[in-house]
Design a protein around this ligand. Structure first.
Ligand code: GLU
Length: 449
């Protein structure tokens, strides 16, 4: 079946030559599924691969909003409804400078398999805008969110498409988006968005979920190696929701997260980001319009390295990129390998360039892919949808134990899928196969479209 895979990839590259991130994401999944296609020749008869790489639909729109000087500002908005075979489209909205449709296609594709891995009924989608919240006032961000939702509202709904947050979109922005949705539709349908504040139906533990889930996954990996998290030094990148959750949970389990990073550089805290004050400082960075991690270094008198990333510059046992895609390149991987450690857990969506991942695997690192490791975030979004539907609010403990169960299941099904198809203990291959099979079966059973 490799010729079928190659042909599909060639066609994809010819058709959209500039969407390299999307091609890499597709290639990574397809590189895992050769044996699955051999075992299921009907997938080819149903043109499954060609159908899987074409989003169900893409919505692209103009967003006009007024800045604090009374001037009109124009941005682009998108929603990529990638695959709805398993449930309503589900995935975050990203507000980031230079965001492109190609990036959103890659993220929507990844989201489809990630959501399938959670076992919850959620299809895959992603959206956002090239609007950058950094340096904007709250009133500007609110007006932007209202303008963005003024177009988006007609394309989403609790049974159609359920957006959430992502980079640049936290519960504050979700609140302004939801307010505008409610104003436009005149309805109370709060399961149209997740990541809401608990004041109007948000799930407890949703902010923590991505990071907590990632650490649960890490613990499963450590357990497999007869190792424990206690005392481990963890190099983390980013300072946002994912990094904060990883640090909070890892610190509570006796590990030492030693770095955070932002657009301005990285901070190295040799004693560990382990006290409540230090962990809360990450929230302050996020809330500040400059979003600089240097603030942390100044407050706690620790070194700050302007313009640099933590990769390979510090000693660590575990490397956890939590910032953004392609943040670990081949040269970073080489430095990580020189610095040591044994575990490499992707938390941000596809943070590792393909060459870099290859180097780390060759060097014997135990690697785990973002679509499995960071699935706890969207999993708790799925739990938020269930709570909204039933009108019941679960306690933090209830959410936590469900999240734990989902993460352990993702780990187990990834291990089993890789073994079943002859890849041994390979979490990347296993997560790709397990996610792919769930989406494939749902698509085949619903006929051609
Ligand atoms: N943006 C997050 C992700 O990449 C969360 C999506 C959601 O909760 O719908 O999975």
């Amino acid at each position: 079946m490799n010729d079928y895979i190659d042909k599909t990839l060639t066609k994809l590259r010819e058709r959209d030559p500039y969407e390299t991130e999307f091609h890499e994401a597709v290639q990574e999944v397809f590189a895992s599924v050769g044996p699955v296609l051999d075992a299921h020749p009907e997938y080819r008869d149903h043109a499954l691969l060609e159908r899987m790489i074409e989003p169900d639909r893409i919505i692209s729109f103009r967003v006009v909003w007024m800045d604090d000087h009374g001037q009109p500002q124009i941005n682009r908005g998108w929603r990529v409804q990638f695959n709805g075979a398993i449930g309503p489209y589900k995935g975050g909205l990203r507000f980031a400078e230079n965001l492109s449709l190609g990036t959103l296609k890659f993220l929507g594709f990844e989201q489809t398999f990630k959501n399938a891995l959670t076992g919850l009924p959620m299809g895959g989608g992603k959206g956002g805008s090239d609007f950058t919240p950094a340096g904007k006032s709250d009133s500007e961000i609110m007006r932007f969110c209202q303008a963005f939702m003024t177009e988006l509202y007609r394309h989403i709904g609790p049974e159609v498409d359920v957006p959430a947050g992502d980079i640049g979109v936290s519960s504050k922005e979700i609140g302004w988006l939801y307010g505008q949705y409610r104003r436009l539709t005149g309805t109370w349908q709060n399961s149209v968005l997740t990541g809401k504040d608990p004041a109007y139906g948000g799930s407890l533990l949703r902010p923590e979920a991505t990071g907590y889930g990632a650490v649960t996954f890490l613990q499963e990996v450590l357990h497999h190696e007869n190792d424990t998290i206690q005392g481990k030094r963890i190099a983390v990148s980013g300072y946002g929701n994912a990094a904060w959750g990883v640090i909070k949970k890892a610190a509570s389990l006796g590990a030492l997260p030693v770095t955070v990073s932002g657009r301005d550089g990285y901070v190295y805290d040799p004693d560990g980001i382990v006290t409540e004050e230090k962990i809360n400082a990450l929230l302050e960075i996020r809330a500040d319009s400059h979003r600089s991690v240097q603030m942390y270094a100044e407050r706690f008198h620790v070194p700050f390295f302007p313009g640099e990333k933590p990769w390979g510059n510090v000693e660590a046992d575990i490397w956890m990129p939590c910032a953004t895609q392609n943040e670990v390149r081949a040269e970073d991987a080489a430095k990580i390998i020189r610095a040591g450690g044994k575990y490499y857990m992707e938390v941000s969506n596809m943070p590792t360039e393909p060459d870099a991942l290859h180097l780390l695997k060759e060097a014997g690192y135990i690697c785990a892919p973002s679509k499995a490791v960071n699935a706890g975030g969207v999993a708790v979004s799925g739990l938020e949808m269930s709570q909204n539907r039933t009108g019941l609010m679960w306690t933090a403990n209830e959410v936590n134990s469900r999240l734990d169960g989902i993460m352990k299941n993702i780990y187990r099904s990834s291990v089993e899928a890789a073994e079943a198809y002859g890849f041994g203990y390979d979490l990347n291959k296993g997560a790709n196969i397990a996610g792919f099979q769930r989406v494939a079966d749902a698509m085949i059973k619903q006929g051609w479209f």
